[in-house]
Design a protein. Structure first.
Length: 259
């Protein structure tokens, strides 16, 4: 972001050069740090940690869809098809610097493969429907627990599942600040899992599917990844997967080598 700001200043003639261009580049190569990989029980534990908190549905979507943080914040209520049990991922939140400071809006994906429709389970459908119902009650001014036919309450066209709550004012079409989600997640999750990042939910989701035998191309399509990038970056072995592999190899070796 700093580089982009300085590049704009250079373009406007406010600078004679971009200092970022002279910074030392981090060499590529070797294995980069892709964070922690949680097994299925740990992933479930992290989600349960947020139950009753405002971040709970966001964490649940991240853990059980593998979607990126900014993609989740860009989800509109109309992206959910509760009958087909699908969720469309078509945009993400983008931040930049404008004349009045930091700006935040929605943009399409960098690559067409990032735009996708994924299958979700009944529990996640119910959770997202409950979030949408909260928005409908907010629009209608109906308190929680009051019986009312919410099908008559129409949300704005651009209503987001996880909009901004700026100083208590809710704008259903205004994106939430991504960094605030990360900070809130890390503050609470790291009490049990030191060093855990929000992005690790995505890597853990992908690894869990790979460990379960889901084909690489299927996982890549679900998570908006290139299959080669997925294997290079996220196909990590959890302890459980390694034990499973050892068990399989043990059966194979016995057949050849004997007891």
């Amino acid at each position: 972001m700093l580089g982009a700001c300085l590049a704009k200043a250079l373009q406007k003639g406010l600078l004679s050069c971009n200092p970022i261009d002279r910074t030392e580049k981090v060499p590529h190569g070797g294995e980069s740090n892709h964070g922690q990989v949680l097994d299925q029980e740990q992933l479930t534990e992290v989600v349960q940690m947020f139950k009753g908190r405002s971040l709970y549905p966001i964490v649940a979507v991240a853990a059980f869809t593998g979607a990126r943080r900014n993609e989740i914040l860009g989800l509109r209520c109309r992206d959910l098809d509760p009958v087909a049990k699908t969720l469309r991922i078509e945009r993400s939140v983008e931040e930049g610097m404008g004349r009045d400071g930091l700006t935040r809006g929605l943009k399409g994906p960098k690559r067409e493969s990032h735009k996708r429709t994924i299958q979700i389970d009944d529990a996640l459908v119910r959770l997202l429907l409950s979030v949408r119902e909260q928005h409908q009650r907010l629009i209608a001014g109906v308190p929680e627990g009051t019986a009312v036919d919410l099908s008559l309450v129409k949300l704005p066209e651009g209503a987001l599942f996880f909009p901004s709550f700026d100083k208590g004012n809710v704008d259903l079409a205004k994106p939430r600040a991504p960094r605030s989600i990360t900070d809130m997640f890390e503050e609470h999750a790291r009490k049990a899992f030191p060093g855990l990042r929000f992005h690790d939910l995505r890597g853990s989701h992908e690894t869990a599917l790979l460990d379960a035998g889901v084909p690489v191309h299927v996982v890549a399509a679900r998570c908006g990844h290139d299959p080669a990038v997925l294997l290079r970056s996220y196909a990590k072995r959890t302890k459980k997967a390694d034990v499973s592999a050892a068990t399989i190899l043990s059966g194979m070796s016995k057949a050849v080598l004997g007891e």
